[in-house]
Write a protein that binds this ligand. Structure first.
Ligand SMILES: CC(C)(COP(=O)(O)OP(=O)(O)OC[C@H]1O[C@@H](n2cnc3c(N)ncnc32)[C@H](O)[C@@H]1OP(=O)(O)O)[C@@H](O)C(=O)NCCC(=O)NCCS
Length: 190
């Protein structure tokens, strides 16, 4: 893995609407429901509040001399469980940026939003890169949704999805609380 020097996270301003729309429309976003997005659609999404608001924050991921290589979106910030999405440019995937970004975002959310008790991310079951990033940042798999991710019009096209989360308690104490999967034993006979 190449080393990444000078990674920075800068909050996206609404004044950058066109830059952001241009950036979103200039790459392919595997594992998102809309893997490609036109400039016009991106502008519409931004104008409808998709990336800015009281309950969300969006950051550029920049490397080197402020070159924009990714975007990380934190949302549901007024709930006890906040969620996030991340996109890294195709040209910059697989060199450790995702891991650094999720680690930074986890610290940012817990340090700045004291009401948040959990941070959660959902992805496709076959998104190995994202799952590895989440595991390496202390997230624990909490759910496996059968046919939970729409990839086409036929229900047969739907793929499984998975959910990972990290607890504030674990983040603060550098611990890992396991999921209590066997709780049905207490009320079912063998
Ligand atoms: C998923 C994503 C955020 C991961 O970020 P990244 O910077 O590419 O990931 P990293 O370089 O930190 O790599 C994490 C791990 O995944 C592995 N990996 C990277 N790309 C991979 C791929 N295509 N297939 C399998 N493993 C992959 C890396 O080797 C690394 O493994 P390691 O822990 O054994 O070293 C990024 O690839 C991306 O933006 N993908 C498209 C959008 C997306 O899927 N977003 C998440 C939607 S919820």
């Amino acid at each position: 893995m190449s080393s990444i020097s000078g990674i920075q996270f800068t909050e996206v301003s609404l004044n950058e609407k066109e830059t952001l729309a241009q950036w979103l429309s200039s790459d392919e976003w595997d594992n998102f429901s809309n893997s490609s997005i036109s400039f016009e659609k991106a502008v519409g999404w931004i104008e409808r509040g998709g990336l800015h608001g009281d309950d969300k924050k969006t950051f550029w991921i920049e490397v080197g001399s402020q070159s924009k290589v990714g975007l990380i979106q934190l949302y549901d910030l007024l709930d006890s469980t906040a969620m996030f999405d991340i996109r890294i440019n195709t040209s910059h995937r697989g060199v450790g940026i995702g891991r650094k970004a999720v680690s930074w975002l986890t610290n940012f959310a817990f340090e700045n939003y004291t009401e948040i008790t959990r941070l959660e991310a959902n992805t496709r079951q076959d998104n190995v890169a994202m799952r590895k990033v989440l595991l390496s940042c202390g997230y624990v798999k909490e759910a496996h949704y059968r046919a939970g991710w729409k990839t086409g019009e036929s229900p047969l096209d739907w793929v499984d999805s998975v959910a990972y989360a990290i607890l504030r308690y674990d983040w603060a104490n550098c611990t890992t609380t396991s999921v209590f999967w066997d709780d049905e034993k207490s009320f079912t006979s063998s």
